[in-house]
Design a protein around this ligand. Structure first.
Ligand SMILES: [Zn+2]
Ligand SMILES: [Zn+2]
Length: 133
């Protein structure tokens, strides 16, 4: 398979996901349609994409890097229990984010790291079950 085809497939797959996958998670999904793909290719392309501004690399202190195909400025919610990273649909937060960006009109803002860390709804339910059982 041609390199450029692999590149496009990696980018397309990442953009179709909202789970902010790690390189390994993305690789495992791509293997279904591209059994000859190597993890090194996925790593290399993801680094190139993030340097080119095509994808976001979410660095989380010492943990696995996660990637985001959505490069628009948007807040994230990180679960401290399961490690999942999700996007938030919250119009008030969107407004607040716009206000924050306007505070620095001299800057052509490309990126704003707004990340909330807590326990996601799924883990809250699991925790409650564990307490009651
Ligand atoms: Zn969770
Ligand atoms: Zn995101």
């Amino acid at each position: 398979m041609k390199r450029s085809v692999q590149r496009e497939a990696i980018l397309d797959e990442l953009r179709s996901m909202t789970s902010h996958p790690t390189a390994e998670e993305l690789y495992n999904r791509l293997l279904v349609t591209m059994p000859n793909l190597s993890i090194a290719t996925v790593y290399r392309n993801l680094e190139q994409f993030s340097q080119a501004g095509l994808v976001l690399k979410l660095d989380c202190g010492g943990e696995l890097k996660r990637f985001d195909g959505n490069v628009n400025i948007h807040p994230h919610l990180r679960c401290s229990t399961c490690g999942a990273v999700s996007d938030m649909e919250n119009s008030k937060l969107d407004k607040l984010q716009d206000e924050l960006i306007k505070l620095l009109p001299e800057l052509e803002c490309r990126r704003l790291n707004l990340e909330f860390c807590g326990v996601c709804p799924e883990c809250q339910i699991t925790n409650q079950k564990e307490v009651t059982v």
